[in-house]
Design a protein around this ligand. Structure first.
Ligand code: FAD
Length: 469
């Protein structure tokens, strides 16, 4: 298709990567973004500062030829460090093979790299401070406001990729219709971000190669390292009640709350009460749709199509995977936009629903289950089964985080069978020596198909299956 023009709404991670991929396929791409250029003015300050990047995101960045530019921004996290109330710590490895690690990356650093690459493509134009204010479905036009001078104008869909995030105006303009059938489910928990500054010589004040968790049952605190020696902490808590953000409104209340639940980390946060009280309260929710496209005119993509809660660290990874899947379908399947959108939706919608479920489950795992000795035992058994039968058993966390060629829906379905197995064979065991591992291995082979039969190759153009991490 020669130099056809397409429009993308939103220059977040998904919109920008998609723009790069489609421009490289020969399209003229216009990207409209309501915020100013973040390389000049960071309007997103206050939004989650760092993110966990895993195999699916890395695979996408590699396919777009951007990974080398991102590599220097990454801080590896090889496992979770659990902090108990009494100040003791315990470490749980995320994987067991070389390279089975996830990476902390700053949102701003990653976006700057993406926008820098986009800027250098002559057929890709970035338009900042341009806000979509409505979508006229019968005419296929998007109503826009130029925030520089307040003027109004329209753009044609021809088609439009709506990468305008969880609160997508395009998706919401169809609320109450069957077109997308979008449902937003808000969590009654929110989050606030805090900071642990580096030590006097720029050193990290916690182990730099772990994701730190202070699991407290109904709530938790986590910390991810940044490249400059600091950590970004995120406090996840119910919005109302006690404990809840609504009860943390005075310095005394904040001080008492941290003294009681997070005494070890309290001295490391310099402006604790001020930050907890003044920093914005982030909202958390899941967006699910029945459909992602409106005839051949509009495609919802990234968070606009499927926002997920952040507890599996997969929202951005999924948004990047969307770009890979779409790019691959464009390259391998002919046909008009409508057909391409249908094929894409058919391939990716079940995967988005699967990770949405797994992300919600992971909140309970991170804030609560990780403390259970049975959780550690099941993880040991899972690693043992993976060592013995790598072609049949890969722990669910590993399938999601380290295996970009295993679709999320497959990871979820296999994960359900594996969880039953792990529960069954550890039911009467206190330690691994008590488990009949031979019987467990036989059960694995009986109940699960070989993993290779469920892998997909489309994400791996030019890459070996094992070279993702
Ligand atoms: C606390 C928290 C922690 C997270 N941690 C992780 C993690 O560790 N790992 C991970 O993979 N994911 C994580 N995520 C999820 C991740 O941030 C998102 O999934 C990802 O940013 C989605 O990218 P996107 O481009 O689809 O949407 P966005 O990044 O939201 O981009 C949408 C863009 O559209 C623009 N826009 C919106 N409306 C309009 C309009 N009307 N007109 C023009 N432009 C518009 C916005 O300004 C924005 O630039 C986390 C999320 C949160 C909230």
């Amino acid at each position: 298709m020669p130099l056809e023009a397409i429009n993308i709404l939103g220059a977040g991670q998904c919109g920008t990567l998609l723009a790069i991929m489609l421009a490289r396929q020969g399209f003229i791409v216009d990207v409209y973004e309501k915020n100013p250029d973040p390389r000049v003015f960071d309007a997103e300050a206050g939004r989650s500062i760092n993110l966990a990047l895993a195999a699916r995101g890395i695979n996408a960045l590699k396919q777009a030829g951007i990974y080398e530019q991102v590599k220097d921004l990454l801080v590896p996290m090889r496992g979770r460090m659990l902090h108990s109330e009494d100040g003791s710590t315990s470490y749980q490895s995320y994987g067991q093979s070389a390279g089975e690690e996830i990476y902390s990356v700053t949102r701003s650093g990653l976006n700057e790299v993406l926008l820098g690459v986009a800027d250098r493509i002559p057929t890709l134009r970035l338009h900042f401070r341009q806000r979509a204010i409505g979508y006229d479905a019968p005419d296929g036009t998007i109503h826009m406001r130029n925030l520089e001078d307040g003027s109004l104008y329209e753009i044609e869909t021809g088609p439009l990729f709506a990468a305008d995030g969880a609160g997508s105006i395009i998706r919401r303009s169809f609320d109450g219709t069957d077109t997308f059938g979008g449902v937003e489910s808000m969590l009654r928990h929110g989050y606030k971000e805090l900071t642990i500054e580096p030590g006097p010589n720029g050193e990290y004040r916690l182990d730099a190669n772990a994701l730190h968790i202070w699991p407290r049952g109904g709530f938790m605190l986590i910390a991810l390292p940044n490249p400059d020696g600091d950590f970004t902490l995120t406090l996840f808590l119910p919005n109302d009640g006690d404990p809840g953000f609504s009860s943390l409104t005075t310095p005394e209340a904040v001080d008492a709350f941290f003294e009681r639940h997070f005494a070890d980390v309290k001295p490391l946060i310099s402006n604790l009460a001020g930050d907890v009280i003044e920093r914005p309260l982030g909202i958390l929710g899941t967006v699910r749709c029945r459909h992602w496209h409106e005839r051949g005119n509009v495609l919802l993509i990234g968070d606009a199509a499927h926002a997920v809660v952040p507890f599996h660290g997969q929202g951005m990874n999924l948004a990047f995977e969307d770009c890979v899947v779409f790019d691959h379908i464009m390259r391998t399947v002919g046909g008009d936009w409508r057909y391409i959108f249908e094929r894409y939706e058919k391939e990716q919608l079940a995967n988005a629903n699967a990770i949405a479920d797994m992300a919600l489950e992971n909140y309970i795992e991170m804030r609560d289950t990780v403390r259970d000795p049975k959780f550690a035992l099941r993880q040991q058994l899972a690693f043992e089964l993976e060592r013995r039968l790598p072609e049949y058993f890969i722990p669910r966390y590993s399938m999601v985080m380290f295996h970009a060629d295993i679709p999320y829906a497959v990871a979820q379905a296999r994960g359900d069978v594996q969880r039953e197995l792990l529960e069954e064979f550890t039911a009467d065991a206190d330690e691994l020596a008590d488990v009949d591992i031979g019987a467990a291995a036989r059960a694995v082979r009986e109940r699960l198909p070989a993993v290779d039969s469920e892998r997909v190759d489309r994400r791996l153009q030019g890459l070996k299956k094992s070279s993702l991490a």
